[in-house]
Design a protein around this ligand. Structure first.
Ligand code: PGA
Length: 259
């Protein structure tokens, strides 16, 4: 039986302060609470990814709403210890968060996170019962050189495919072509569908058709209220990871309506 979840996630990145973060979380939750028609909690979910500092508060705000969760934008690979300034997966779990992003392209490029490290972070997330939202995607020159499938394949093989099937079933993948992130240039619905179908095919080969069919694959990169519907209507696009457009409740709600 196919139980593929559809998800809209908001990646707030390094934006806002406690007051505006609280206001945004409340506004999203309160608006969604009046929208039983959206089917949240019935195979559809919203996940907010605020900066670490605001995570406990956002968790508390989301707690009473069905189908709305909160997660971290990153986690450290070690369980605990002398890693000044870092946050462990167990800490994220302990404040009631349910998800963590792993390997966002900004982590890969600005903080030098490579596949080997991301495999460890994925392990840490799974051991602490957090759903990893594992990000992959090619750079513009890689697409121009027609290398995008190979790049995404190697990110998935090295970062994720070492997982046993029981663990892999809990993973969410976000395909985010780097050239589309924060640029206003979105992948066309065809480009998104093509890559999502490719990813599902890889998962089928590695695990099984049933695992592949149940996997949630999100699209990210300049997804907004205008283009969400067309992107989400593709058979292998199960929702979106939204950056800029998740910072305004009204825009974010319109994207959720498109799910
Ligand atoms: P964007 O960011 O929607 O602002 O392009 C997406 C992301 O980085 O997750």
């Amino acid at each position: 039986m196919i139980m593929r979840k559809r998800i809209v996630a908001g990646n707030w990145k390094m934006n806002m302060e406690i007051g505006s973060a609280r206001e945004l979380a409340r506004s999203v939750c309160n608006d969604l609470a009046t929208r039983a028609d959206l089917g949240l909690g019935k195979g559809k979910e919203v996940v907010l990814f605020p900066p670490y500092l605001f995570l406990p508060e956002v968790v508390e705000i989301c707690r009473e709403f069905v189908g709305i969760h909160a997660g971290a934008q990153n986690c450290h690979q070690e369980g605990k210890g002398a890693y000044t300034g870092e946050i462990a997966a167990s800490m994220i779990k302990s404040v009631g968060a349910t998800h963590t992003l792993i390997g966002h392209s900004e982590r890969r490029s600005y903080f030098g996170e490579d596949d080997e490290l991301l495999a460890k972070k994925t392990k840490a997330a799974m051991e602490n019962d957090l759903t990893p939202v594992f990000c992959c995607g090619e750079l513009l020159p890689e697409r121009e050189a027609n290398n995008h499938f190979e790049v995404v394949k190697s990110q998935l093989v090295n970062g994720l495919f070492w997982l046993e099937e029981v663990a892999f079933r809990h993973v969410v993948i976000a395909y985010e072509p780097v050239w589309a992130i924060g640029t206003g240039v979105t992948a066309s619905p065809e480009q998104a569908q093509e890559m999502h179908a490719f990813i599902r095919g890889l998962v089928k080969e590695q695990y099984s058709e049933e695992v592949a069919e149940n996997l949630t694959i999100l699209y990210g990169g300049s997804c907004n209220a205008k283009n969400a519907k067309e992107l989400f209507s593709n058979p292998d696009v199960d929702g979106g990871l939204i950056g800029g457009a998740s910072l305004k409740a009204h825009d974010f709600l319109q994207i959720i309506e498109a799910l």
